[in-house]
Design a binder for this molecule. Structure first.
Ligand code: PRX
Length: 631
């Protein structure tokens, strides 16, 4: 048996002994008395009886040995700011933020919603919450007021931390007016709003509610806020993600299990060395930002780069410039970003000394072979695809080079990671597919390893019914991805089984987009599907039946309505969710029982065979889609 095969086998067959060893990678205030309580499947409680703190493990723990070492490197090519915080400075800033939150009345277990651009204060706020045992809920800064409002309503935060504005491609993107509108729309009103004023946009302040971070910071320059020791199972954060229904789910994470899972992944997967620099190009609004911009690298004693800006500005060499300047050893990005860079001048890749770089990790969407080959040739370092989800918090499938060096296969993210008992299941029969090269649903046997979601925030029933009861006759975690496994045990991911789409690595629910489009007064019915795209992996396409279609034979009227519908989506959900095109049809393809045939529409848009259409009501509907799309 190889070293990794043995490591993996132990993680499944001797689960508690294995994870007890991993627990030693973090600091505990009190040691756990039980490694995994799985007495009420599918709910798993990890490290029961243990107390710890995420902020302590990410920051305080390093002060003695590496207080003056770089911890957080904030770079904005939008505002031309660059600021390096040592662990000691980070410790001070986090305490100022924690003291400010406490002054605003935040108590252990309260929610703090963070709606921020990629600035250092966003990381301070996350760590400050962890420090005082508050639950953070970061909402991606690209989301607009409708999406923000539904998250405020579900999370019921005591405080919202935000900023006047972000900036993208040199254009100021105001946050405050969107936040005000979201609070107006939400039934829940936060008691206080803490605002970072970057002086990018003017802000209307609501007296008694809105507070200025600079002022509060000044008042708490030297306030000492000790870490609150919390139970291992204490909720560290919730993070909303899209699913099959329109309502986003609050993925809920614990403290101890998450800290151990990250510490272990930093060692076994990312081969972290304290003192080195990690650069993840993601955003704190996504799970990669939580695990591998903020918590993972810091827990491992690495410096982490927070970058605000585009990969192509001032030119497409900016990331390699940062690699050279900060001697980045481990870099994490998404395939779409690589495809963007591939279109730029190749000389920019050769301009900098990137010899510090040891590996590039890519995740979030399928990594096609051409892109993988190109970046591998260009950088000359291993390209490590990794497959996971907001729900799991860390990779399900990849290569654990820290345990044993293993070859990657382009097109495959790799093999199951320790702790993940991955099984392929036949969707119809629920039977396990044990042979090679059979297509099935990727599932995971319980308990999920440490670091994965505990439940859906305030909705245990949804956690069980959505994730664990979707395969008939089996209690098994459903990833909602199709996959196959080859003769060597390498998996290939073939896309989602549900209505989730992946645009440039951003996970979006087509139902959410449909709900938003439906709110336009001239929309009677709508279907949104994800269609393959060379650059972004997928884009959203909308098919709309208008209430009043009388003017739509005119190009100008059609374009105007298309533009208006896009504006509705921009305003409610944000530009990330905007469909690439809105097409107008007389009717949508449906079954005789009235079910929308999204997969048939998608197949036609991608020029594929739509499959069995015997239950379709009116074949003319699909024909219309075909004509529109091939025009
Ligand atoms: O469909 C899979 C796809 O992204 C989904 C999860 O997205 P999200 O919750 O945003 O988490 C991203 C964490 C990296 C998955 O269900 N996906 C993620 N990584 C890959 C992938 N598809 C193919 N290959 C990957 N490496």
């Amino acid at each position: 048996m190889t070293a990794y095969a043995d490591f993996y086998r132990r993680s499944i067959d001797e689960r508690d002994a294995f994870w007890a060893e991993q627990a030693a990678l973090i600091d505990w205030k009190t040691q756990p008395t039980q490694i995994c309580d799985y007495s009420k499947p599918p709910f798993a409680n990890w490290y029961v009886g243990g107390t710890t703190n995420l902020c302590h493990n990410a920051v305080d723990r390093h002060l003695a040995k590496r207080g003056d070492q770089n911890a957080l490197i904030f770079v904005s090519t939008e505002t031309n700011e660059e600021r390096v915080y040592s662990f000691r400075e980070l410790h001070a800033e986090v305490q100022r933020m924690a003291a400010s939150l406490l002054a605003l009345g935040v108590k252990k277990g309260d929610r703090v919603l963070i709606y921020m651009p990629m600035i250092a204060e966003a990381a301070f706020a996350m760590l400050a919450c962890a420090r005082i045992g508050a639950i953070h809920s970061v909402v991606f800064g690209g989301f607009a007021s409708g999406a923000l409002a539904s998250r405020i309503e579900d999370a019921t935060p005591h405080v919202v931390v935000s900023a006047d504005a972000g900036s993208r491609g040199g254009k100021v993107v105001p946050y405050k007016p969107l936040l005000d509108e979201a609070i107006r729309l939400s039934a829940h009103k936060p008691a206080a709003v803490l605002l970072v004023d970057r002086k990018l946009a003017t802000m209307d302040l609501t007296a008694g509610r809105d507070h200025d971070w600079a002022t509060l910071r000044e008042q708490h320059l030297n306030t000492v806020v000790p870490c609150e020791w919390v139970d291992s199972t204490h909720i560290s954060y919730t993070l909303y993600t899209s699913g099959t229904t329109g309502k986003p789910k609050g993925v809920q994470r614990d403290t101890g299990g998450y800290a151990v899972a990250l510490a272990a992944s930093m060692q076994h997967i990312f081969e972290a060395q304290p003192g080195e620099t990690y650069f993840s190009t993601s955003d704190i609004g996504w799970v990669v930002g939580h695990s591998y911009i903020v918590y993972g690298p810091l827990i491992a004693g690495m410096a982490t780069i927070m970058y605000e800006g585009l990969p192509t500005r001032p030119d497409a060499g900016i990331w390699w410039h940062l690699v050279e300047k900060y001697k980045v050893t481990r870099m994490f990005s998404a395939p779409t970003a690589v495809r963007v860079l591939k279109k730029q001048d190749p000389a920019l890749l050769k301009k900098y000394d990137i010899s510090s770089l040891k590996a590039l990790y890519l995740a979030g969407e399928p990594l096609d072979e051409t892109t993988a080959q190109w970046i591998s040739d260009s950088l000359g370092v291993p390209i490590i695809d990794n497959y996971w989800q907001t729900e799991t918090g860390w990779p399900i499938l990849t290569i654990a080079n820290g345990v044993q060096k293993a070859p990657s296969k382009f097109g495959s993210p790799g093999v199951p990671m320790y702790g993940f008992d991955v099984r392929l299941i036949d969707e119809n029969t629920g039977e396990e597919l044990k042979g090679a090269n059979q297509k099935g649903v990727v599932t995971i046997e319980g308990p999920l390893p440490p670091g994965c979601l505990q439940t859906v925030w305030r909705d245990d029933a949804r956690f069980v019914s959505t994730y664990w009861k979707s395969i008939p006759g089996k209690l098994v975690y459903n990833t909602f991805d199709w996959g196959i496994r080859d003769e060597d045990g390498y998996f290939f991911i073939l896309g989602r089984t549900d209505d989730v789409i992946n645009v440039a690595g951003h996970r979006l629910g087509t139902r959410e987009i449909e709900e938003s489009i439906s709110s336009h007064p001239n929309v009677a019915e709508v279907a949104v599907v994800g269609v393959a795209d060379q650059l972004k992996g997928q884009v959203a396409m909308a098919f709309v039946v208008a209430k009043d279609a009388s003017a739509l034979s005119e190009d100008a009227a059609r374009l105007k309505l298309e533009g208006d519908i896009m504006k509705v989506v921009d305003g409610q959900l944000g530009a990330v969710a905007r469909p690439a095109r809105v097409f107008f049809v007389n009717l949508l393809p449906k079954t005789r029982s009235g079910k929308l045939l999204r997969r048939a529409i998608q197949a036609v848009c991608e020029g594929r065979d739509p499959g069995d259409l015997t239950t379709m009501d009116d074949p003319g509907a699909l024909q219309q889609v075909r004509q529109l799309f091939t025009k």
